[in-house]
Design a protein around this ligand. Structure first.
Ligand SMILES: Cc1cc2nc3c(=O)[nH]c(=O)nc-3n(C[C@H](O)[C@H](O)[C@H](O)COP(=O)(O)O)c2cc1C
Length: 340
């Protein structure tokens, strides 16, 4: 039904409007007990074989919603109802910011891809906290970044503000230095600034009554030598793991007319590179830290490839837009079959 009726209808309209329309509609529908029951029972798939203990968190299933979909922690309950095992909110910045001018989100239908240059549009960390106060036992990752107006030399302060504010409300943190849409952000992936930011957050973490796992989200465009640096940084700062990968600036092999738009590319063209990065990190780190695999998962087979490459958990964004909630269920079934 999603692929034959819902998607073709939604794809007639502007992607950013569709995003807010569908998430708001879902919120309304799930408030109606009968519809809520029907939606949940259609997409439910539970099994003890899906459980995963990663960085001391027990995930009921290993399929998560990637950052950027629920930037302001407004829809995580609805996404959880569709079967996701965990939701990553954000990227959240200290102050609210409107992001880049519209239009800034493009479908590349022939390539099963998206290009976005949203630019961390979000309502700020205080607004996110308000929404997270009633999260209950839903596993939430807090993806944090810096405001556009903050120079890189002061970025550490922005990460600190978000970390301190969100600490009581999220289950793990993600330091995002890999978005291509905030000018110069990716320069923070260099060894020196990254060591400074991560060590500082670990320091803040160490004095909390309950420490929260901190992960680093990296770009797929890093060279092998940069990936070796990442492994060293993870080991030196003793952070809990890596999310591989964010969107790419690469444009090879695209067919769609929107391929020349500026921004980060996600979806099918990213599948192979993101899996390659996961394998590289897993092998060269000798499996010393867990990896969340994300990038171009559009089928259960794509997800299994990520697990086989070494990911403990996976996340979806573009595949979920193209395939709908059935994809989450399909991945869970395939994973469960593999485990049993
Ligand atoms: C519209 C859009 C907005 C995104 N915003 C964020 C973001 O704010 N922070 C972040 O870390 N990643 C963001 N991402 C990247 C995704 O979390 C994911 O890493 C990437 O899209 C690759 O996965 P996919 O191919 O399944 O989409 C965004 C992706 C899209 C398509």
């Amino acid at each position: 039904m999603y692929k034959w009726i819902v998607r073709p209808t939604l794809f007639l309209f502007d992607p950013e409007r569709v995003h807010y329309f569908t998430t708001t509609l879902l919120k309304v529908l799930l408030k109606t007990p009968l519809v809520s029951y029907l939606i949940k029972s259609t997409y439910r798939f539970e099994s003890p074989t899906l459980e995963q203990n990663v960085f001391d968190i027990l995930f009921k299933n290993p399929v998560g919603l990637a950052a950027g979909f629920d930037k302001n922690a407004e829809f995580y309950k609805e996404m959880h109802a569709l079967g996701f095992g965990f939701i990553e909110i954000g990227t959240v910045t200290p102050k609210p910011q409107s992001g880049n001018p519209k239009k800034r989100l493009f479908r590349l239908k022939e390539d099963q891809a998206i290009i976005n240059r949203m630019g961390f549009n979000n309502k700020g960390v205080i607004a996110a906290i308000e929404k997270l106060k009633t999260k209950g036992d839903i596993i939430i990752g807090g993806n944090i970044g810096k405001n556009k107006v903050t120079p890189n030399e002061e970025a550490i302060k922005d990460y600190e503000i978000c970390f301190e504010a969100l600490h009581p409300y999220v289950d793990y943190f993600v330091v995002n230095v890999s978005s291509p849409n905030t000018p110069d952000l990716r320069a923070l992936q260099d060894k020196k600034p990254l060591l400074e930011i991560l060590s500082h957050l670990q320091q803040l973490n160490s004095v909390k009554p309950k420490r929260k796992p901190i992960l680093l989200k990296i770009a797929p465009d890093l060279s092998n030598s940069q990936l070796f640096d990442i492994i060293e940084i993870v080991e030196e700062t003793k952070i809990s793991g890596v999310i591989a990968t964010n969107t790419t600036i690469d444009r090879q092999g695209l067919k769609s007319k929107n391929k020349t738009e500026m921004g980060g590319l996600s979806g099918k063209p990213l599948t192979a590179r993101s899996t390659e990065v996961i394998s590289f990190l897993k092998q060269n780190s000798k499996s010393k830290f867990p990896i969340i695999g994300v990038g171009g998962i559009h089928s259960a087979e794509d997800a299994i490839e990520k697990f086989d490459a070494g990911a403990e958990l996976v996340q979806l964004y573009t595949g979920f837009v193209y395939e709908g909630p059935q994809l989450v269920k399909d991945i869970k079934k395939a994973y469960s079959k593999k485990k049993s």
